[in-house]
Design a protein around this ligand. Structure first.
Ligand SMILES: Cc1cc2nc3c(=O)[nH]c(=O)nc-3n(C[C@H](O)[C@H](O)[C@H](O)COP(=O)(O)O)c2cc1C
Length: 372
């Protein structure tokens, strides 16, 4: 059986599937529920020096698997949150990671309160609502680090424009990264009542869930290439394959928010069991064996780049179910079936690869040349 245990910055986790800062970490009761549901680490809701005043309504699902939210940070006073809620969460005997925001002054106060209470094994700080300027972020990280002696992770936002400058500014201070936070601003509204889905001032919120998975993967892969510090992947996970992708892209662990909100707090343990099964089936004994294999094996796919126009989809009739998704998605009208025979018009095919991507049974191979 694959070994899911990991050690990050000296902290031992039974598995790499954790909660993310959000409603599923809003208090001790929620964190204990996540522990019972099999989470390998407990990340709490973000706290700040001033409790948030959260608009209502503040969460909507504009399409299946994704959420828009305007939840801000915790509405609770930070003192009881740190002294009571986090202390109670520790009774689950899992690592507890606090989440804090936002200004350097806030982080000095919160870092000291966490250090004094000793109720968190690590802290992540969110850059969601602040200036993404590298110098400012460095000041923020320093302020936390000077007041809290355990590991500090920077939770990055997908709004960062110049990732390499931000990493350069943070890398000698922080112990690791969490990527990504939700994406936005984003808008959704009812077309009859014209009411926005969010009660925030301008009706806007932040997008999370399945829609943002490729953006999260991009950030994790890019951060892992630029920094040797551990990266925790978060964003859009809904299947075990998504967890595998994050780890292959360089993540040491993952966090889950929207899926646990939509499907309940047992998702962590379910994904952990599925991850162990997947690793057994594919011959990976430990998370470290799996981590970064995408980076190591496919950095420069020369054959695809060089031969691009000569690559055509070849079909495996054993796998094809004749669902017609490839024909419908071929915007160039290069594909048709005649008497169950796959016909490709090579004068129209531009080798974009979409047919292979939409095929639910992976019946296409894009790496060979075919005659038709
Ligand atoms: C309702 C809601 C509340 C959230 N609150 C926080 C928060 O307080 N602090 C934070 O850093 N991220 C917060 N997030 C962002 C998540 O932690 C996570 O980064 C993001 O949702 C992407 O992961 P997912 O696709 O698994 O949801 C929140 C997300 C949602 C949906």
């Amino acid at each position: 059986m694959a070994d899911l245990r990991i050690t990050i910055c000296g902290i031992e986790f039974p598995n790499p599937i954790w909660t993310a800062a959000g409603p599923t970490g809003k208090d001790a009761a929620m964190l204990l529920r996540a522990a019972a549901g099999g989470a390998g680490g407990l990340v709490a809701k973000t706290i700040s020096v001033t409790p948030a005043r959260v608009p209502i309504p503040n969460i909507a699902s504009p399409f299946a698997g994704s959420l828009l939210n305007a939840e801000l940070w915790s509405e609770m006073d930070y003192r009881p949150f740190i002294e009571k809620e986090l202390a109670m969460a520790r009774t689950a005997h899992l690592p507890v990671i606090a989440s804090v925001g936002y200004s350097p002054e806030d982080l000095a106060v919160l870092g000291k309160a966490l250090e004094d209470a000793g109720t968190a094994d690590a802290v992540e700080f969110s850059i969601h609502y602040v200036e993404k300027d590298a110098a400012h972020l460095r000041q923020t990280a320093l302020s936390l680090k000077q007041n809290f002696n355990k590991p500090v992770f920077a939770k990055l936002s997908p709004a960062i424009q110049d990732l390499s400058s931000v990493l350069q500014a943070l890398d000698d201070i922080v112990d690791g990264y969490v990527a990504i936070n939700s994406l936005g601003p984003a808008l959704d509204f009812d077309i009859v009542t014209l009411r926005p889905s969010m009660g925030s001032q301008d009706g806007r919120g932040w997008l999370s869930g399945r829609a943002i998975l490729p953006i999260g993967l991009h950030f994790v892969e890019a951060i892992s290439s630029l920094s040797k510090k551990p990266v925790i992947g978060v964003g859009g996970i809904r299947r075990v394959e998504d967890v595998v992708k994050y780890i292959m892209a360089g993540a040491s662990a993952v966090q889950i928010c929207s899926l646990a909100i939509l499907k309940g707090q047992n998702v962590y343990g379910k994904l952990a069991r599925q991850l162990a099964d997947w690793m057994d089936k594919h011959g990976y004994a430990t998370i470290e064996d799996l981590r970064g294999v995408y980076q190591r094996r496919t950095h420069r796919p020369q054959h695809v780049l060089e031969q691009g126009p000569q690559l055509y989809p070849a079909i495996s009739y054993d796998l094809c179910t004749y669902c017609d998704l490839c024909t419908k998605s071929c915007v160039h009208f290069a594909i048709r079936f005649q008497d169950k025979l796959f016909l490709l018009d090579r004068s129209k095919c531009v080798s974009c690869g979409l047919c292979a991507s939409v095929c639910p049974t992976a019946a296409f191979d894009m790496t060979v040349q075919v005659e038709v």
